[in-house]
Design a protein around this ligand. Structure first.
Ligand code: NAD
Length: 463
């Protein structure tokens, strides 16, 4: 026989579910007109989330992964169409690792000490509502990866997507929210506004209910969150050098470098942005890169044309070329080539803008140096202290160790393409928020928590 209080509980549960479903429909699963509403809804949702067990939280994360998995093709297609950047097949790969390899609740490991004076537990607790700013270059990957990590850690998240990728990011937000609700969780754990702008991102950053900021993007946005006065994680720009010394497997190095630099048309912040090669193996490396569909641009006039196309008169990067196909860029300078061409390689001086600037397009400058010491020194210089990513191809342990020590990047890939550093190919989990400037490194759920010390005095020491 069902007791009166049990009936009351069942009715309450059904009513709550109906309300949540209605709320979710009205707000298009987390999408609001105004930033204030988006923050308030996320704040309420987070208060609900912490009432659920960890087991439930794990189920919500599993549901998010399952729903995103069903929509990988849609996400990838929308991203290419809306932003006009990148390659569909690589976006499928990036979304796949974001869904499958972003750590969930298992990342939240407690720590403990016990002794004569009792038991002290260190627990990882949520911040509350996190404000997350996302880039055009990974409009769904960052949303998926941040949402999984942040919610696994017990937070809700208000996204400020890049205005040029707003519909794609919104689609991911809606699908993830719907999945959480269908798995029995609260509505609006992930919110955003219909028309995101830099102004609305600033409102979000200053809002008192936003307890942590996470910025994934270029130097401006990282600087902005770091000066907000709030706890902030900054995942900024990179300019990853790839060093090749005379001991490397040159055929493999050539393939790995072209694979890495042409991945999603060089959009990833980890992608090879310049090659620094020891002179004695440079010709053979270039020869092998051409075998792997790199186009060697050696005509001086064409190189000048390319420089003028990539940088305008004021020296600013031509954003219209970011993430474009190599054959499209070549056609713009009058070179008709096959679409199978994946990258444009060009020998330059170390001071050339192609080397010094983060281009995010499949143009790969190559600089010759006399030996590995000069190569490492130059790699450190052109990485600009971003502490982001560097790559080396070498079989010499001393050279590998020397570069690891000197370059101090968050990701250091040895003998593989750059993307092995974010879990495509190499071992380890995946992330799309690589926090070099603030030091969290490859962020996971743990990065979005506060450490709390819980002390039981004179008890529970049972050794
Ligand atoms: P972007 O800096 O133009 O934009 C990133 C986000 O910041 C967008 O949502 C944008 O609207 C917002 N934004 C920019 N300036 C702002 C300001 N002053 N105030 C508030 N919001 C602001 O970058 P993008 O072109 O979208 O992405 C490419 C850049 O992001 C590259 O530099 C790349 O290296 C970097 N990136 C870094 C990581 C990482 O994990 N470290 C990952 C992806 C991309």
């Amino acid at each position: 026989m069902i007791e009166a209080n049990q009936i009351e509980m069942i009715v309450k549960k059904i009513l709550t579910e109906i309300t949540l479903k209605n709320e979710a429909t009205d707000s298009a699963y987390g999408i609001f007109d105004h930033m204030e509403e988006a923050i308030e809804a996320a704040w309420i949702a987070q208060k609900e989330l912490v009432k659920y067990s960890l087991e439930c939280r794990g189920k919500f994360i599993a549901a998010m992964r399952a729903a995103a998995r069903k929509n990988i093709e849609l996400f990838s297609k929308m991203a290419v169409e809306e932003t006009g950047m990148g390659r569909y097949e690589h976006k499928v790969m990036k979304n796949t690792v974001a869904i499958e390899k972003t750590p969930g609740i298992e990342d939240l490991k407690p720590d403990a000490v016990s002794g004569d004076h009792g038991l002290t537990v260190f627990e990882l607790s949520p911040y509350g509502v996190i404000g997350a700013i996302t880039p055009t270059t990974n409009p769904t990957e960052t949303v998926i990866c941040n949402a999984i990590g942040m919610i696994a850690a017990g937070n809700a998240v208000v996204f400020a997507p890049h205005p040029r990728a707003k519909n794609t990011s919104r689609k991911a937000i809606e699908i993830l929210n719907q999945a959480i609700i269908e798995a029995g969780g609260p509505a609006n754990l992930i919110t955003a506004i219909k028309e995101p702008t830099i102004e609305s991102a600033n409102i979000m950053m200053q809002h008192k209910k936003i307890k942590m900021l996470v910025a994934t993007g270029g130097p401006d946005v990282v600087r902005t969150v770091l000066s907000s006065g709030k706890k902030a994680i900054g995942a900024g720009a990179g300019n990853p050098p790839a060093v090749v010394d005379e001991t490397a497997d040159i055929e493999k190095a050539a393939k790995d470098i072209i694979d890495g630099c042409s991945f999603d048309n060089n959009l990833p912040c980890v992608a090879e942005k310049e090659v620094i090669v020891v002179d004695s193996v440079a010709d053979y490396l270039i020869f092998n890169m051409q075998k792997h569909n790199a186009y060697l641009l050696s005509d001086e006039n064409l190189i000048k044309k390319l420089e003028k196309l990539v940088f305008n008169d004021k020296g600013h990067l031509n954003r219209d070329l970011v993430g474009k196909d190599a054959d499209y860029i070549l056609r713009k300078i009058g070179v008709d080539c096959d679409p199978s061409i994946r990258a444009i390689i060009v020998e330059t001086d170390k001071n050339h803008d192609f080397v010094q600037e983060e281009l995010m397009m499949p143009i790969l400058p190559i600089v010759r140096v006399k030996d590995v010491n000069e190569a490492i020194e130059l790699a450190v210089e052109v990485e600009h202290g971003y502490r982001h990513t560097a790559i080396i191809h070498s079989k010499n342990i001393d050279n590998l160790s020397k570069m690891a020590k000197e370059i101090q990047t968050t990701i250091f890939v040895k003998n593989g393409p750059s993307y092995a550093g974010i879990g495509v190919g190499g071992e380890g989990y995946s992330t799309f928020t690589i926090a070099g400037p603030t030091g969290e490194g490859l962020t996971t759920a743990k990065s979005f928590t506060r450490s709390r010390r819980c002390v039981l005095v004179d008890g529970f020491s049972i050794r």
